[in-house]
Design a protein around this ligand. Sequence first.
Ligand code: SF4
Ligand code: SF4
Ligand code: SF4
Ligand code: FES
Length: 761
Amino acid sequence: MSTELINITINGKAFEVPKGARLIDVCREKGFDIPSFCYYSDLALQASCRMCLVRIEKMPKLQTSCTITCTDGMAVTTQSEEIEKAQRAMTEFLLANHPLDCPVCDRGGECELQEMTFDWGGLEERFTEKKNYYAERYLSPMVANDPQRCILCKRCTRVCDEWMGEDAIEAGGRGAHTVIGTYMGWLDCSQCGNCIEVCPTGTLLDGTYRHQTRPWELAQTISTCNFCSDGCQMSLGSRGGELMRVVARDRYVNGLNGEFLCVKGRFAHPFVNHEDRIRTPLIRYKKGGKLIPTTWDEAIRFVAERLDAVANKSGRNAVAVVGSPRLTNEALYLLHKFATELVGTDNYTTTDAFSLKSFFANLGAPLATHRDIRYAKTIVLIGGEPEELQPLTGKQIRQAVRNGGAKLVIVNSTRIRLVEQASQFVHIRPGSEEAIVLALGDSSANDLAIQKAGIEAPEVDAIRQLIINSSGDVVLMFGGELGSEAQAVFAQLASSLRKEGTRFLLHPLPLFNNSVGAHDMGMMNAPVSPTEMLDKCGDEVRALYVAGGFLPSQLDVRRDALASLDFLVVQELFQNATTEHADVVLPAASYAEVDGTFTNNDGFVQRVRQSIPPLHQSKADWMITAQLAKELGVDFGFEMSASVVFREISEKVGPYSGMRYPLLKDETKPIQAKYTIAEDADTASSLRLLRERVQALPDTGEKLHAPVNVGHELFKIGTLTDKVPQFHLLASGNPRPETTRISPLYQITVDANLKQAAAGD
Ligand code: SF4
Ligand code: SF4
Ligand code: SF4
Ligand code: FES
């Protein structure tokens, strides 16, 4: 949009507005209410509902304000008898086939059609003809559908196409018999539920929550998702201590994700109240014995005694501390403090799949926010698969290309779904991502990169050219395939590719909701990876304090590591492969039961808010660590409030300086951590080591050509999704049931094979 200002009048009042601004947005921004159904900011125009009518001087008929851009001298009227009459007629028309079954509709109480009818509708229904009728049905385990409530605004179809790139839902039939549906009546898609979220009526509904509460019975708590590193804002709806549903933050005031959530953020929450949650502290008094329920006092005393005994006998490094990147900053900060200040051990780490230490140590440009990605002009993605692992980032990339004309370069060993949007796909041999980073950082390594990645010479030059010719921001993204040297070179690419007038931004793609926070809180400082930590178990490390569990992939190759310890204490939500050998298990509270913060891949520090009281006897992770420290004779002074922990974080962790909970309260204006940016850092030694790594790669190898299935990562059964039966159906290939009239879950009762084994998150 132009920055040039022009003059218009709205209802006789004069305003200066940007030339080319959309009239409906301008009127609303200036305080003039305009009703709409089909208009949806940042989606392609539909212009079908005709609710947004206005009168524009010198134009013959009433105009739809969603399709008009402002021009100089425009005189607009938004309210008049003529406009109101037309809007009332449109509302009446929209309700002609609507069943008016608000008392049994899950959307009742938060339905735009209901609100609009109250505000703009007529008082009586004049249509007496028989209404169209379509039976209620399920479109998938997640999406329920009452077709006759549809007003054909097509928000759902546009969101599915433009945000998700899936085109899974479409309008079928003609005229008054048009219905929203899908091929063969069953949705084979990523099940994000965004079509449900944007539907202004009760046509598309959350199939996992159907008829469970009325919306006004729910207490709404704004919090941050606990799955991937995108950090979506969401509203947790709870009733009587139970988390009933999750929706994106709010239809009108949104966080960084607007109304977007993915299948995990929206539908995987039932793990919170699951009956398998660990209920009390448990002690295994002798190896091989049973875990026996005990009190918190006894458990804490027991753990403190054992850790003390191991440290006294075998030295401080014999006690190790491991934290999950799912924990809050407050919990991770206290674990780091516990490890370094109280125990004084060098053995601490996180269970994250890869460390971000080298990336942040060499950060050569600011982090890109999700908004920056949406409006970038060039995006380079090396490795990773955001549409499955960081779905909001995937959506932003797709929209940048589709709605913003951005150029996308994808370097990957697999033809990931985003390739459909790419201007250039560099199809490399598996494991050769670092070769491309090397070539971009040092053009003298071009030939080496081409040889190892199995690509043609012009392909690397084409990436450089695209970056150099970018007409706006360049966002550089990387996935977990890059080791520490490649991360260092990647983080400094802005220096080697710099061009006057182009802003470079970096976007890491870690896997977990607080991977960035785990780095910031110092848990990635020690040079010990989780697998190296397991290798040390039973040898240098004799006692291990774990908050959260190891990943199954880490334990798979080191099955005996935990069993070889003298003492293992684990804080967890559920029993899993890590608690199997634990001497003490402490029940931890979930994200819905605690206060705190997560830091996302934009570097935004966002609030996690308590929605329900901690279940059973569980406690916040940071609180357990503080109690244990006190029992060991060090009072951290944090026993009652997470905000006090955060205050110390803001004093001790440089990038968080000056932050306080009250400053983080507005999700529409998230606050970014202030990372040190080292422009033109010396990368000579990283380049040398990276070249050695790339030289060690094989010169031959088959490329992968198998197509990737939607949901191959999203639907994987982990410790948390294991607790949600709908995910088992998705993981089993989302079979179409014989009848779609009842919940598809009945399939699990007739075929137990549809239950997948949990693989861990
Ligand atoms: S759930 Fe998501 S992907 Fe599936 S139809 Fe709805 S918007 Fe499309
Ligand atoms: S299903 Fe909902 S979002 Fe889709 S066209 Fe109908 S009313 Fe609009
Ligand atoms: S994209 Fe990531 S943060 Fe957003 S809802 Fe999905 S898992 Fe949660
Ligand atoms: S909002 Fe303008 S036509 Fe629907």
